[in-house]
Design a protein around this ligand. Structure first.
Ligand SMILES: Nc1ncnc2c1ncn2[C@@H]1O[C@H](COP(=O)(O)OP(=O)(O)OP(=O)(O)O)[C@@H](O)[C@H]1O
Ligand SMILES: [Mg+2]
Length: 209
């Protein structure tokens, strides 16, 4: 398993829809800039032309999509993003902040859809070139609260409902239990500033900032 390469770092944000990932990703990159660290954000699924085309298919397809097709498309999008965007940045010493990454597949297609988490882990390894985040912030919030924060226009997966989201959350909680050193649970019910304070204090300690 590739642990950490070059001097760039790879940080991922995870959690159910509406927990605050994109908000915190923006704050994190801004703070890293203030700390004289060159950082970029990427979002999943998406990130370049090919990945964005896959994103449209995944989130807005009208026809019913098979669960395995959904999983493989997610991982295909991730392979493209990893090879063409994330790895080149990290090799050049940049810090990459990803708004979702491989853990999302375990949570959504594993926990949510009920596909084998072991099988998904193996396909994830192939699709990520075995790249592992240096640290993952799992922003945890009860699904009802996250639901209140979500916009009215929902994509195909966001429309799955509360039971689905609950299974997704439970899978994230299991990942935190399994890999507590990497998957850090952050209380997402707090204010935006307090959530960021928690994230930044862990960043400072982990990377000696
Ligand atoms: N800690 C917070 N307290 C209150 N509101 C918040 C908090 N964090 C984010 N929000 C608000 O909740 C909404 C969803 O936040 P955001 O888009 O960052 O979530 P997300 O996890 O990226 O969602 P998605 O998975 O749908 O992309 C936004 O309107 C944002 O301003
Ligand atoms: Mg978002």
């Amino acid at each position: 398993m590739t642990k950490s390469i070059s001097n760039g770092k790879f940080i991922t944000l995870e959690g159910v829809d509406g927990c605050g990932k994109s908000t915190q990703a923006d704050k994190l990159v801004e703070k890293l800039f203030e700390t004289d660290i060159s950082a970029v954000t990427v979002r999943e699924p998406g990130g370049d032309h090919i990945s964005e085309s896959i994103r449209k298919l995944l989130l807005h397809a009208e026809e019913s999509m098979s669960d395995r097709a959904e999983a493989l498309l997610m991982i295909a999008s991730r392979a493209q993003l990893t090879d063409k965007v994330i790895l080149p940045h990290i090799i050049n010493g940049k810090w990459v902040v990803a708004d979702r990454y491989a853990d999302s597949t375990l949570a959504y297609q594993g926990g949510g859809r009920g596909l084998s988490v072991n099988a998904l882990e193996e396909i994830n390894n192939f699709g990520t070139y075995t790249l592992k985040p240096d640290i993952t912030f799992f922003i945890d919030i009860p699904v009802e609260k996250a639901n209140e924060r979500m916009s009215v226009s929902r994509d195909r997966i966001e429309r799955e409902g509360a039971n689905f989201q609950q299974r997704v959350r439970d899978q994230y909680l299991a990942m935190n239990t399994k890999e507590p050193e990497r998957v850090i649970l952050i209380n997402g019910e707090q204010s935006i500033d307090k959530v960021f304070e928690d994230i930044w204090s862990i960043m400072k300690e982990k990377f000696s900032l």
